[in-house]
Design a binder for this molecule. Structure first.
Ligand code: AHG
Ligand code: MN
Ligand code: MN
Length: 339
């Protein structure tokens, strides 16, 4: 690629901002702050395997700093990079019980899962950071929890950073999905995937260990995905156990990912605010769909920060098919989290 063909993430954000003459630059800079936090986290992820041999597992590292677990590090990196910029009035993290106050003048709230797929950290398997941005609803002062409890449909932006064989940032502001790959030699994200559209499906992704606990509708649906019955698709199975990585593969390669409810976990495991709504927003922007099996995840009015919902996400027709199986076989199901 010649230098003239390179588009950095900063150039791309500025180009997008030009379409909004009234923009102050706050939103653009917030996205750039997230990209910066991502680079700091990526650096730490890439050296995670060295921690043992470099002897940094004790109480302190050579600089006299505490050595942290990667998910704690990622959480703090996201908070530190955003708390004093004046762009966000508060943040909500999957790792924190309550909202985190920032600069009261900020117009936005930032929601994130600092490290998704944390059970894979020790095995050098892809993990990621998921983020979502809402405009605050309250008018002044400290932000309040209601600023965060907005449906996915109202998102200003959402995206993720995937720490895989390379580091990628994928995001949308509701005008298509764009992907950038970190070039470690220049330390910058470069546009590598303009206007991502969901291709024809090849894969389905689910943790089969829970099969006996699924409802009849989900069991029949997964059987259909495997090729049983009328019009069954021909798919292959892939399951990483990092939602962000499973989603990313299916976004580029085509497919459906699901984490349904079951008898032990009626609402599944995944969180509406930190995982499901942001990725649902991206799925829809790429021509796909995300559903609880009963309704579009973007239409859910959240009732509390750590709310969980079942999810079927990816190829539109495969997700609609999940809804049909559930409607046909399951009665009395609910995706409401009363906690
Ligand atoms: P997190 O690491 O943020 O807690 O999320 C883990 C989630 C998600 O990434 C993944 O899809 C799911 O857990 C895997 O769960 P199972 O091991 O039950 O399949
Ligand atoms: Mn997660
Ligand atoms: Mn997490």
């Amino acid at each position: 690629m010649r230098p003239n063909d390179l588009i950095t993430i900063e150039q791309h954000f500025l180009e997008m901002q030009r379409q909004y003459p009234q923009a102050t630059g706050d939103f653009t800079n917030l996205l750039y702050d997230i990209a910066l936090a991502a680079k700091v986290i990526a650096r730490e992820v890439n050296r995670a395997g060295l921690v043992d041999i470099l002897g940094l597992t004790g109480q302190e590292n050579v600089q006299g700093e505490q050595v942290q677990k990667l998910d704690v590090f990622a959480n703090e990196a996201m908070i530190r990079m955003n708390e004093f910029t004046g762009r966000v009035c508060g943040m909500a993290s999957e790792e924190e019980e309550d909202i985190i106050g920032a600069d009261d003048r900020g117009k936005y709230v930032l929601i994130f899962d600092p490290l998704d797929g944390s059970s894979n950290i020790d095995y050098d398997v892809s993990i990621g950071t998921i983020f979502a941005i809402h405009k605050r609803r309250s008018h002044s002062g400290a932000c309040v929890v209601e600023d965060f409890l907005q449906p996915g449909r109202a998102l200003e932006a959402a995206g993720y950073i995937l720490y895989g064989s390379s580091t990628m940032m994928v995001y949308s502001t509701g005008r298509g999905v764009y992907g950038f790959t970190l070039d470690p030699s220049v330390g910058e994200f470069l546009l590598s995937h303009p206007n991502i559209r969901s291709p024809l499906p090849q894969y389905y992704s689910v943790n089969h260990a829970y099969l006996s606990r699924w409802s009849r509708g989900v069991q029949e649906y997964v059987g259909w995905l495997q090729g049983e019955g009328k019009d069954a698709p021909k798919l292959s199975e892939r399951y990483i156990g990092s939602m962000v990585a499973d989603f990313h593969r299916n976004l580029l390669g085509g497919g459906v990912f699901m984490y349904p409810g079951d008898t032990e976990r009626p609402l599944g495991k995944l969180r509406l605010l930190y995982e499901v709504a942001p990725l649902g927003f991206l799925a829809e922007q790429a021509g796909g769909y995300a559903s609880t099996g009963l309704r579009n995840v973007l239409d859910i009015q959240p009732t509390y920060l750590h709310q969980r919902v079942p999810v079927f996400i990816g190829d539109r027709s495969l997700v609609i098919k999940a809804e049909q199986f559930i409607q046909q076989h399951d009665t009395g199901g609910s995706d409401d989290d009363p906690c």
